[in-house]
Design a protein around this ligand. Sequence first.
Ligand SMILES: C[S@@+](CC[C@H](N)C(=O)[O-])C[C@H]1O[C@@H](n2cnc3c(N)ncnc32)[C@H](O)[C@@H]1O
Length: 199
Amino acid sequence: MKSKTWINRQKNDHYVKKAKQLGYVNRAAFKLEEIEQKYRIIENSRNILELGSSPGGWTQAIINFNSNINITCFDLLDMKIKNEKIIFYKEDFLKYDFKNLYKKFDLILSDVAPNTTGHQSTDHLKISQLIFEIINLLDDVLIYKGSFIFKIWKGQEEREIIQKLKKLFKNIDYFKPKSSRQESSEIFIVAREYKLNEE
Ligand SMILES: C[S@@+](CC[C@H](N)C(=O)[O-])C[C@H]1O[C@@H](n2cnc3c(N)ncnc32)[C@H](O)[C@@H]1O
C-alpha cells in the first residue's frame, strides 16, 4: 500500500497534474523530455531499446518526439500503452539473450529500477549492479556511435561505472532534470558516441 506522504505528494505535484492533463501514464515522461530537449538524440534515432519501460511514460515521450521510430521494450511488468511502433517483451532483461533479436540499436535507454529497500547505499548497489549488466550487453545491442542513457541513484559505484563508460564512449554527461525530485538521489547519465562495433 502507498504511504500517506506518497499520496499527498502525488496530489500536489505539478508534474503529476501535467501528466494527467497530457494523457501520460506517469510523470517520468517529463524527465526524458528534458533530456531530449538538451541532447536531441531521440529525434535522430531509428531503433531504440528501452529497458525498464513499464508502464510506458518514456515510451509515450519517445513517440511524441519521433513518430518514425521503432522501440523494443523490456519489463517485468505490463505496459499500459500499446502502439504499432512498440515491440514489448515481458521479460527479465538479465535472463534474455539479446543475440536473439538479430538487431542492434542506435540508442539504449534504461530507467530500470530494482525494488527499493529504503537504505540508500543498498539501493545504489542494486541499481549499479543492473547498470553493470547493461554495460556488459552493449557490444551485442549498440551500434557504432550509438548512445546509452540511463538512470542511477548516486553513490560509490558511480566512479567505476564512469570509468568503464569512458573506455566505451567519447562523451559522458550527468543530467538532473528539473522534473526529477530534488530530494531524490536519481541522476541520469548520457553516454554518446559508442567507440566499438565499427564496421
Ligand atoms: C521506474 S520504472 C520505469 C518507468 C518507465 N520508464 C516509464 O516511464 O513508465 C522501473 C521499471 O524497471 C523494471 N525492472 C526492474 N528490474 C527489471 C529487470 N530485471 N528486467 C526488466 N525490467 C525490470 C520494473 O519492473 C519497473 O517497471
